[in-house]
Design a protein around this ligand. Structure first.
Ligand code: CA
Length: 229
């Protein structure tokens, strides 16, 4: 992958410098803006691969910048990672409603920010790669339409269940550890959240009905989609 460009919009110079330094160390090209208007203009002009956007900014705030980016024909595809000092559930929901792709609450470690940026870029890359429908006997998974048919029956899956199924099925016959699934399906590793995977697999199996045994538990390792072909 070519060197990705990250635009960081942050008015606190100390944070801006630390983020800039760490992203550059990780191999990214960094563009910087210290207010919302400038950030928005820079995003439109430079088309960065991702925007790290502070919520509280002088002038146009982060919410408005995000809204405009997600409404703009030429900028809506750019993923946005919001930085915020607010951590309540409501603020998170507001962030996602205006289209932010992920969230990081201050104070955060620069390392966590870099990992998060890498995870989002990977996720977006995979979505772009994953256009063709996947057919495995009775199961048809269509990433573009976000639909799953099992034996002709439409399955009603949540976004995460869909990603989990797609990830397993597209790697049929290969064991996926819980850690791998957390990183690739959830986007980054929540430490100690391996049970999240188990819970989702359980729900997914229930919805798969007759095809539930296609997802095998590999003791002590993780899960594998059974390859019948
Ligand atoms: Ca700020």
């Amino acid at each position: 992958m070519a060197q990705a460009t990250i635009l960081v919009v942050e008015d606190e110079i100390d944070i801006l410098e630390v983020v800039d330094f760490n992203l550059q160390q990780a191999g990214f090209k960094v563009l910087k803006a210290t207010d919302g208007g400038e950030g928005h203009a820079l995003a439109r002009r430079e088309h960065p691969d991702l925007v790290v956007l502070d919520l509280m900014l002088p002038g146009m705030d982060g919410k408005e910048v995000c809204r405009r980016l997600k409404q703009g024909e030429d900028t809506r595809h750019i993923p946005v990672l919001m930085l915020t000092a607010l951590s309540s559930e409501t603020d998170r929901i507001i962030g996602f409603e205006i289209g932010a792709d992920d969230y990081l609450t201050k104070p955060f470690s620069p390392r966590e920010l870099v990992l998060r940026v890498q995870a989002i870029l990977r996720r977006f890359q995979e979505q772009e790669d994953a256009a063709a429908p996947l057919k495995l006997d009775d199961l048809v998974i269509d990433p573009e339409r976000h639909s799953v048919k099992a034996g002709g029956r439409d399955l009603d899956l949540t976004a995460t269940e869909f990603k989990l199924l797609y990830h397993l099925a597209s790697r049929a016959g290969r064991v996926q550890t819980r850690q791998m699934l957390l990183e690739r399906v959830w986007g980054y590793a929540y430490e100690g959240y391996a049970r999240t995977v188990d819970t989702h697999v359980r729900r997914l199996r229930k919805k798969l009905g007759d095809l539930s045994d296609r997802i095998e538990t590999v003791r002590g390792m993780g899960y594998r989609f059974r390859d019948e072909s």
